[in-house]
Design a binder for this molecule. Structure first.
Ligand code: PLP
Length: 432
């Protein structure tokens, strides 16, 4: 941090952000705190290196060491999920998805994903995203009654729409996915099946949720959510499927075929030089996720989410679908007569960061919303457990009951700070 002292404007910004992260409760479901080792790799001299291409086949000289970093990231990622093929170069989850779509589809082809307002991601076919602009995007919804995936409904829609690609996975769904059912549906209509496991990847890695790789033609993920790595994306293909691209006529080396199609679409298809510092940081994070201690972490993430959901329900909050199997929950605030936007602001003023979120079949706009999304990956990284979840539930409840009461929101903020101080974040970094 001292290196930035010569630039006071930047130092100020950095210190403010450090203070925010240290003194607030980070409850955004898609965020986490990386280890100092991941931070070090992300801030390393590998940022200086151009390495267009892949290990052993670069367009630039001097790549012998960054090749080693990328090979390590690939091998560790394969081991983590039981993959036969991986690509660790996508700069983000969105770019991983873009590479897959462009590799498997032609412009105008039909894709079927969970719509944004039901919990899907922008890249699953939203009209404001490339996925909804280049492709003919149709969507499935959750069950109106249970707010759960309804496989009969998805099958009916798939049979009617005959998509070329079906997307499983979401940004705001608190339950597990039955990928074997998705596979059956995809096979019935002759569609590719892709899973975007960005949110629960870290929990899947430790076997706590279903693994999509054995059932899907291709799987994408981000690396910075439950997986607790640097910001980035990856593409994976499992070992079990014989003909992942459905190209029945192509003979020969299946692995070579996969790497030609997907590697070629990531680079030169949609990206130039890979972020080698980030790829090394991915390798570090995958190494951490392979350790037994990560299983303890992942189990605690789920246990914390279940406790927080149960406590909030006991306080009269409606948790969409009645609970959670993973790291997140959606709170429907309709019965509290407050919008997601107002709740997000009140919680922010009280030192808790969440995001407003549409609930399934929401009647409010995405800028207002009827709900908030809450996740436990980051607070669990700080070492918080079930007891702290109970305290956090009471903080949330008090803030929502006092949206207009600045004094009370300030009181909660002080108590949040006090709680955070018992679970120090990056103490080595901050205490020099
Ligand atoms: N896929 C899902 C399911 C996500 O939730 C997200 C991000 O929130 C992404 C993809 C996109 O990741 P990125 O922000 O790295 O582009």
């Amino acid at each position: 941090l001292n290196y930035l002292a010569n630039d006071p404007e930047i130092s100020k910004i950095l210190n403010l952000e450090i203070g925010r992260q240290v003194n607030n409760l980070e409850l955004i479901a898609s965020e986490n705190f990386v280890s100092l080792a991941v931070l070090a790799a992300t801030g390393s001299v590998l940022t200086n290196k151009y390495a267009e291409g892949y290990p052993g086949k670069r367009y630039y000289g001097g790549c012998e060491y960054v090749d080693m970093a990328e090979e390590l990231a690939r091998e560790r990622l394969k081991k983590l999920f039981g993959a036969e093929y991986v690509n660790v170069q996508p700069h983000s989850g969105s770019q991983a998805n873009m590479a897959v779509f462009m590799a498997l589809l032609n412009p105008g082809d039909k894709i079927l994903g969970l719509s944004l307002d039901q919990g899907g991601h922008l890249t699953h076919g939203s009209p404001v995203n490339f996925s909804g602009q280049i492709y003919n995007a149709v969507s499935y919804t959750l069950s109106k009654e249970t707010k759960l995936l309804d496989y009969n409904l998805i099958e009916d829609i798939a049979k009617k729409e005959k998509p070329k690609l079906i997307v499983a996975g979401a940004s705001a769904y608190s339950r597990d996915w039955d990928y074997s059912k998705f596979r059956e549906i995809a096979d019935k209509v002759g569609a590719f099946l892709m899973c975007d496991m960005a949110h629960p990847a870290g929990l899947i890695a430790k076997g706590l949720l279903n693994n999509p790789l054995p059932y899907c033609d291709v799987v994408t993920s981000t690396t910075h959510k439950t997986l607790r790595g640097p910001r980035g994306g990856v593409i994976l293909i499992g070992k079990d499927k014989e003909n992942p691209m459905g190209i029945k006529t192509v003979k020969g080396d299946r692995l070579k075929l996969m790497s030609e199609i997907f590697d070629g679409m990531v680079m030169p298809g949609i990206q130039g030089g890979p972020l080698m510092h980030v790829i090394m940081a991915k390798a570090v994070a995958f190494g951490e996720a392979l350790q037994d201690s990560f299983e303890i972490y992942a189990k605690q993430v789920i246990s914390n989410a279940k406790t927080l959901a149960a406590e909030l329900m006991a306080l009269g909050y409606e948790v969409v679908s009645g609970g959670t199997d993973n790291h997140l929950m959606l709170i429907d605030l309709t019965n509290k007569n407050i919008s997601g936007k107002k709740a997000e602001n009140a919680l922010g003023a009280a030192g808790m960061t969440v995001n407003k979120n549409m609930i399934p079949f929401d009647t409010k706009s995405p800028f207002v919303t009827s709900g908030i999304r809450i996740g436990t990956p980051a607070v669990t990284t700080r070492g918080m457990k079930e007891n702290e979840m109970k305290i956090i539930a009471s903080f949330i409840d008090r803030a929502i009951k006092n949206v207009e009461n600045e004094e009370e929101l300030n009181n909660i903020k002080s108590e949040v700070k006090e709680l955070c101080s018992k679970f120090p974040l990056y103490p080595e970094l901050i205490n020099g």
